[in-house]
Design a protein around this ligand. Structure first.
Ligand SMILES: *[C@@H]1O[C@H](CO)[C@@H](O)[C@H](O)[C@H]1NC(C)=O
Ligand SMILES: *[C@@H]1O[C@H](CO)[C@@H](O)[C@H](O)[C@H]1NC(C)=O
Ligand SMILES: *[C@@H]1O[C@H](CO)[C@@H](O)[C@H](O)[C@H]1NC(C)=O
Ligand SMILES: *[C@@H]1O[C@H](CO)[C@@H](O)[C@H](O)[C@H]1NC(C)=O
Ligand SMILES: *[C@@H]1O[C@H](CO)[C@@H](O)[C@H](O)[C@H]1NC(C)=O
Ligand SMILES: *[C@@H]1O[C@H](CO)[C@@H](O)[C@H](O)[C@H]1NC(C)=O
Ligand SMILES: *[C@@H]1O[C@H](CO)[C@@H](O)[C@H](O)[C@H]1NC(C)=O
Length: 659
């Protein structure tokens, strides 16, 4: 117990002894145990959330364990050497990874939270949503502001506003959230639609750029990150949803309020309002500090990898973890996964076309010419169903005699690598694939000494792609024939120099994708009649898909939002396959290499350290990963109050502009 907590406990005991309050014993517990104070509550003031998180002292054993895991996993990271001097226009993502790890190893931290947050922001600042330290414990609370912000154009001028639909949107959090503001007499509803003149005393776009530079992460391009700070529509949990954005929904309960200078709707007078945050808890249930740690912070059965050859270990893990299909996705909102619905009045009023039950929602616009496919994610509940949904949709589009197609990729955080390649092949037709018949990319992984040992061991053990992503039967040669099970594609490895460092990678290979529907030889819509729209928060598989459409077919891409006159790429994070900590640790264990001196130990805490494990090489320049090729959208449009939260209005606008 800290001296202060001890003093408070004594005080509480004395009060209890005088019989002033029978609640005093509870107060004793609360003073000593800040987690007990907030147990069972879904929404709590940020200061209370933080007091619980900061009640766990710094632990050197945990630091050494975590940093050993993190530094040994970085050995597999494909982009490590680029970070020494990130090429323009991505130069703000320059970080000396090993120097940062050394700094974090020698920094004095008061609490476990401080250590984890420092490590979190170091990886966050790589701006690579594939490569992040994601501690479960410290990210169980998300701060939510009852005034989400958007950037809108009005009479040709763009400004930041409190989202005009704030009342409808924020009310969906329920009275557990809104009653707090009633209890403190704070009228958040009157802020809806207000024009924002300053945030924390700064120009609102400058503040947006600062948050994008220091908190958003995920996307390499600064311009793309600016859209992440604002509220936007998306598909989440197979349904329409609205994000708070990184200003109104940050990952940690560090801020208690945000000060806005604004002009409310129907007013002409600027006023300064301190808007309180309230934290949303969606971690595991707990009653006190000890079981908060046990439930959220200590490693559990699913934290560390398993030996996939061991049936007993396999039986313990969830089916999802046992599935071996390459994934490339980001974690857009680290905190609680409570998706708040897009208020129903702003959802499309058109009927959906069959095949719209999952992550894809498709429509025929009232012009009877334009088909719309909103592909909200490449991570459906069912891999095969995604493909049959696409096929069903196009059967309907064809029957309706449509002549043009809009694909909306707003807030698509990626998913299965092969579903991006599939959609590319389905939209463009197999005849268009030409001299590289694979629908995806030339790819490599890093051939570090431990990776080379894994591949050798997998081949010697006769393992197949059911067990490992390293086994050669996962891949095709670049002439698109499958590799034999015994082919060591890291011998000899390829080497090149990146920022003065010798980078060692595998030979080039291509994906082998399980395609369950017939791919058309000729496209349903000619390339010039397909347009992509979105907010550039299109990551991973989504970035690979849109880059394929751009590089191989010059597809029209239109991006909405961003800061005025601030450049923005059309995609966010275009790495390739991601391995979670569980995945790479399973690779090591399945290859019988957990005792190798280069192997990381098991994690002692409940966390993930994911990394970008593969590169996708650009068709425009096959020496460069698509991640580092600057590709701008053909069109940029501002959002308006009619389009920022209303997908159907946005598509109608786009159909009028893009064909
Ligand atoms: C630090 O963490 C380790 C591993 O969980 C634990 O065994 C040890 O007791 C902790 N040390 C302190 C001082 O709490
Ligand atoms: C941290 O620094 C100490 C002291 O130099 C060293 O012994 C230890 O191996 C370092 N830890 C890691 C994970 O590199
Ligand atoms: C603003 O004024 C218009 C016109 O008088 C009115 O329809 C609208 O409800 C007002 N909005 C608010 C938020 O007061
Ligand atoms: C589109 O088709 C529907 C149903 O066939 C018809 O009612 C509507 O008038 C058509 N709209 C246009 C713009 O042709
Ligand atoms: C791999 O998995 C598939 C599907 O679960 C199964 O049919 C097949 O027998 C497995 N192959 C091996 C070699 O285990
Ligand atoms: C494809 O490439 C591999 C490796 O270069 C080669 O061994 C194989 O014969 C090629 N297959 C065809 C059909 O060209
Ligand atoms: C791609 O399309 C744009 C029009 O959207 C055109 O200006 C440009 O020249 C095209 N580029 C190539 C390489 O065909």
């Amino acid at each position: 117990m800290s001296p202060l907590a001890a003093r408070l406990a004594v005080l509480a005991t004395v009060l209890g002894a005088t019989g002033v309050s029978i609640g005093a014993p509870a107060a004793t517990v609360a003073a000593a145990d800040p987690c007990a104070k907030i147990a069972g509550k879904q929404f709590v003031p940020p200061a209370d959330a933080l007091a619980c998180l900061k009640s766990f002292p710094f632990n050197e054993t945990l630091r050494q364990n975590v940093l050993t895991v993190v530094s040994r996993v970085f050995d597999f990271y494909t982009f490590e050497d680029y970070y020494l001097k990130s090429p323009p226009p991505f130069q703000d993502s320059t970080v000396n990874i090993r120097a940062e790890l050394a700094r974090i190893n020698r920094t004095h931290y008061a609490t476990d939270y401080d250590f984890n947050q420092d490590l979190y922001f170091f990886t966050n600042q790589l701006n690579d949503g594939h490569t992040r330290w994601l501690p479960n414990c410290q990210t169980t609370f998300q701060n939510l502001l009852p005034a989400p912000l958007v950037t809108l154009e009005e009479k040709g001028v763009q400004n930041v506003f409190v989202a005009p639909d704030s009342v409808e949107f924020v009310s969906l959090l329920g009275t557990a959230y809104t009653s707090f503001f009633d209890s403190i007499g704070f009228n958040w509803k009157r802020l809806a639609g207000a024009k924002v003149l300053k945030i924390e005393g700064q120009d609102p776009y400058e503040y947006a750029k600062v948050i994008a530079a220091t908190k958003s992460g995920n996307y390499l391009d600064h311009g793309v990150r600016v859209n992440s700070v604002f509220s936007s529509y998306r598909i989440s949990g197979n349904d329409y949803s609205q994000r708070f954005g990184d200003i109104a929904g940050p990952a940690f309960p560090d801020l208690t309020s945000l000060t806005l200078t604004l002009v409310p709707v129907n007013s002409t007078r600027a006023e300064t309002v301190k808007v309180p945050f309230l934290s949303n808890y969606l971690g595991e249930p707990f009653t006190n500090k000890a079981d908060f740690w046990a439930a959220n912070c200590a490693a559990n059965d699913e934290t560390n990898g398993v030996d996939f050859k061991n049936d007993a270990q396999m039986a313990k893990i969830s089916a999802q973890k046992a599935t071996k299909l390459a994934k490339a996705s980001i974690v857009q909102d680290v905190g609680p996964k409570s998706a708040v619905g897009l208020p129903s009045q702003f959802q499309p009023s058109l009927p959906t076309v069959p095949g719209s039950e999952g992550v894809i929602k498709s429509y025929i616009l009232p012009d009877n010419k334009t088909g719309v496919m909103f592909v909200g994610s490449f991570e459906p509940d069912d891999f095969d169903q995604f493909q049959t949904d696409v096929q069903d949709t196009f059967t309907q589009f064809q029957a309706a005699g449509l002549t043009q197609l809009i694909v909306d990729l707003t807030n698509n955080g990626g998913g299965f690598v092969c579903l991006g390649h599939f959609l590319h092949a389905f939209l463009s037709g197999t005849n268009s694939l030409g001299s590289f018949p694979n629908p995806g990319y030339q790819s490599t992984n890093r051939a570090n000494p431990l990776a080379q040992k894994i591949l050798v061991s997998d081949i010697a053990l006769g393992l197949t792609d059911n067990f490992s992503f390293y086994t050669p039967d996962n891949w095709a040669f670049i002439n698109n024939t499958d590799m034999p099970l015994t082919h060591n594609y890291m011998q000899p490895p390829n080497t090149r120099t990146i920022n003065g460092q010798k980078f060692i990678e595998s030979q080039r290979f291509a994906d082998i994708c399980p395609i369950v529907v017939d791919l058309p030889a000729e496209p349903f819509f000619p390339p010039e009649k397909i347009a992509i729209v979105g907010n550039a928060n299109c990551a991973s598989t989504c970035a690979m898909f849109s880059t394929l459409m751009n590089e191989r077919h010059n597809t029209t891409i239109a991006i909405f939002g961003g800061a005025p006159d601030f450049p923005m790429q059309f995609k966010g994070m275009a790495g390739n396959q991601v391995l979670e900590w569980f995945d790479i640790d399973s690779e090591i264990k399945t290859a019988n290499l957990k005792d190798d001196p280069l192997a990381p130990p098991d994690l002692l805490v409940n966390a993930d350290f994911r990394h970008n494990w593969r590169i996708a090489y650009s068709f425009l320049d096959e020496t460069r990963p698509i991640e580092y090729v600057s590709e701008l959208p053909h069109f940029r449009f501002a959002y308006t109050s009619d389009t920022y939260n209303n997908p159907q209005n946005l598509w109608t606008f786009a159909a009028g502009k893009l064909f």
